[in-house]
Design a protein around this ligand. Sequence first.
Ligand code: SF4
Length: 387
Amino acid sequence: MDSVVIVLKGKDPYLTTKKALQQFPLPNLKGRRALIKPNAARLAVPGEGVTTHPGVVEATIDHLKEKGAGEIAIGESCIFGVDPEQAFRATGMKEVSEKKRVELIHLDRVAPMEIKIPGGKVLKSIRVPAILKKFDFIISIPVMKTHMHTRVTLSIKNMKGLLWRREKARLHQLRCNGKVAQGDKALDIAISDMASVLFPHLAIIDGTTGLEGMGPAYGRKKEAGLIVLGNDPVSADAVATRLMGFPPEEVPHLRLLAERGLGEIQFSNISIKPGDFLKWETHFELPPSKLSFSFPDVVIHDEGSCSACLSTLFVLLHRYKDLLTPHRLGDNKIHIGIGKHLENISRGTILIGNCTHKMKKRGTFVKGCPPVASEVLRLLSSLGVYV
Ligand code: SF4
């Protein structure tokens, strides 16, 4: 398969996507059963850069219908703690599904099935919704975002939303030995393992409004006005990464997939239109490499957390840090623990998330997976940790 990527700039998400699709050499879709996987896993409204703009999904549905697709559905599973009905309404997916009369599937509410991963380095199998078997054309429609753990989250990373329920968190909790990792994080290797069996047939990256900084949820929106379309999702992600201002080789899961022969990141081997697409390059600010850098009076014990608890921590510290002052320990610092593999923590540490449960006798435990920041605050308040 030749890797083809089309980049288009435009103000209107629907019109720009439609135009890009009309230019794209799609395979014969007559009778195919297409599943659209947007990013609609959070409570966010269109235009904030957190979730896929419904106009992009609507244009995709219209185009699939014109091309004779047999069945079209939108499928998503939300992050833990988010009510799917509310998220689908807030993100506009419910409205699109009703307007276009396509099924909207909450993928955590259907039965799971297991897929083996031949040659998987850290994952030998994954559980996904069994309903995926019904579809033979999967379209990943992510938002163009930076990500605190994986640098970017685009069409490959968006497929993580097809994992069944808590399987998503499992990817963030893996550890691997140095022999397997060779400098790469277990999460990046796991994403490349996952993508080896869960690979979209088409990527439509919604860069109309993206997210920079503390992605995937708490960054700043970035009006890039771009749509990136590709039949090789690795190539589409590589081009999008470059448009965000950095080399695709610096995104470990893309490099790993290219090394495994599962996609192309060398631009000389990708047909990219227009040839001068870099005229639209824009700089997305990356997340800070260490949260604690911004908070010298906070000690973060992070051993095996996932992005959801890190997001909670980020919001907690940015919005409410001053309220935590009475919780300083003997070294005059606030200690916070997250993650499954916590071991040596100071007595009195604030322990966030179910993963820290085993350490609860050593600190103040806040349950949830993840607990939201206001819940952490509420619990500390109810315990009289501060007034
Ligand atoms: S408790 Fe936090 S770190 Fe653990 S799986 Fe849940 S969200 Fe991730």
